[in-house]
Ligand binder design. Structure first.
Ligand SMILES: NC(=O)c1ccc[n+]([C@@H]2O[C@H](COP(=O)([O-])OP(=O)(O)OC[C@H]3O[C@@H](n4cnc5c(N)ncnc54)[C@H](OP(=O)(O)O)[C@@H]3O)[C@@H](O)[C@H]2O)c1
Length: 289
């Protein structure tokens, strides 16, 4: 079993860290808001006072943080992880931050630290059950090193070299953002044409949008959108998609339009509700928590 540092105990990080603990690893955790580490501490994790303290002596250091800025703060800040890791240690980022940030951060670690990007698809229940889909960007040797650790968290796919996992995750969330906006627009027009919500959702379940409608139907029908994946994060992901598209000289008109809707949901106060609350924004309802 390995000595692992886990940094970022939000909605995803907490169940992921819990699984690593349950797998028998020696776990040290750190979170900006220290209270969030208490449930893990009560199950036997050591709580560190800073990212650098968490990473010191760990074989693997894992981050699961909100945004590129959060990751940069935790890795490169005054007591950042970069100060603690040296040759032979492995750093794995599992946040959704895009390949640009991964490359910026990787360049700051000392030579000999393996840096792997391994963002995930799936949400809180998949994290708790070890059923995440993990997109790993790494060289072959580093992939072999991280695979047994990541297998406690879900299915592990080696999608390419460093940065490829972060890139694949952006594409996954391009699909997610565009799909949920299409569900909202389908309901908005369907209802304006006199169709009922239930028959519309029944029809959409059999359409190309079926998986997202099945996953989010209960929220849409109840008007309550408790967050499993926050709208603020989906909005951040479409921002990263658009930044990557600009850098790659690709014109993504559909993603740009979906981002306009997600931005509107955030501006109307739904940032900390589930991302599917954008459906309420599009149909002109007030989403509830
Ligand atoms: N939820 C999902 O379904 C899901 C699925 C796949 C991928 N993701 C991605 O996974 C990442 C985490 O998602 P989540 O749902 O767990 O988010 P979350 O519940 O909002 O947790 C965010 C974490 O980031 C920390 N954080 C934020 N800003 C920080 C800063 N400036 N410095 C240090 N720590 C900071 C938070 O610390 P505090 O506790 O102190 O606020 C918390 O630990 C995101 O990139 C998200 O896009 C989420």
């Amino acid at each position: 079993m390995a000595k692992i540092a886990f940094l970022g105990l939000g909605q995803m990080g907490t169940p992921m860290a819990t699984r690593l603990l349950e797998a028998g690893h020696a776990l040290t955790v750190w979170n900006r808001t220290p209270d969030r580490a208490k449930p893990l501490a009560s199950r036997g994790a050591t709580v560190a006072g800073s990212p650098a303290e968490a990473g010191a002596g760990a074989a693997f250091a894992i981050t699961m943080l909100a945004t590129p800025q959060a990751l940069t703060d935790v890795v490169l800040g005054e007591h950042g992880l970069v100060r603690a890791l040296g040759p032979g240690q492995v750093y794995i980022d599992m946040s959704t931050v895009g390949p640009h940030t991964i490359r910026l951060i990787a360049a700051r670690f000392p030579k000999g630290v393996a840096v792997v990007d391994a963002p995930v698809r799936g949400s809180i229940s998949q994290a708790a059950e070890g059923r995440l889909e993990i997109f790993v960007g790494a060289g072959d040797e580093d992939f072999t090193r991280v695979r047994p650790i990541l297998e406690s968290l879900g299915s592990v796919g080696h999608v390419g070299g460093p940065g490829a996992g972060a890139a694949m995750k952006l594409i996954a969330n391009l699909a997610l953002g565009v799909s949920i906006a299409a569900v909202g627009e389908s309901l908005a027009l369907g209802e304006a044409l006199g169709l009922g919500r239930a028959p519309l959702l029944n029809m959409l379940e059999g359409s190309q949008l079926g998986p997202v409608v099945r996953a989010k139907r209960a929220d849409i029908e109840s008007g309550h959108y408790p967050p499993t994946f926050k709208l603020r994060h989906a909005d951040k992901d479409l921002r990263l998609v658009m930044e990557a598209a600009t850098a790659a000289n690709r014109d993504l008109k559909v993603s740009a339009a979906a981002k306009v809707w997600l931005d509107a949901g955030v501006e109307r106060g739904a940032a900390d509700l589930d991302y599917s609350a954008v459906v309420a924004t599009i149909v002109g309802e007030e989403p509830k928590s």
